[in-house]
Design a protein around this ligand. Sequence first.
Ligand SMILES: [Zn+2]
Length: 140
Amino acid sequence: MDRGRLAELIESRRQEILASVPTREGEQFLKEMTELTQALPVWGDFDGWWYLRSVLTVVVHRETDDLKYDLDHLEVENVQAKRIFVHAMAARKFPELAELKPERPPDAVDCDQDHKALEKLRELGYNFECHCAGLGWQTR
Ligand SMILES: [Zn+2]
């Protein structure tokens, strides 16, 4: 993995978002978060919003009752499974970052979810993602 090159690609994707003109719901929020966090927004769900700050650093606005989307509430994500998830999602969403796709560690176990059922839900327009991010495995 060429970290310097990947860092450039992450920054280039950030600049693309910053230069974009939001047209759909949520895009303005993503643009503002791209500016505020100095990071690349990768994934959001009911638990929070995750960003890539650099090739190896994942930061999160963890959803809480008093969550404010500011720098004070931005934490480094230390949960390994979540870091793997964010890298896998970044590799999928941004084709130029495909190298970020995590390699299966020896102690990983096969994912226990029904990916075909999740795919059907996505086809119906639901924004579901498996906790393995489609990798087919998960860490304990
Ligand atoms: Zn899965």
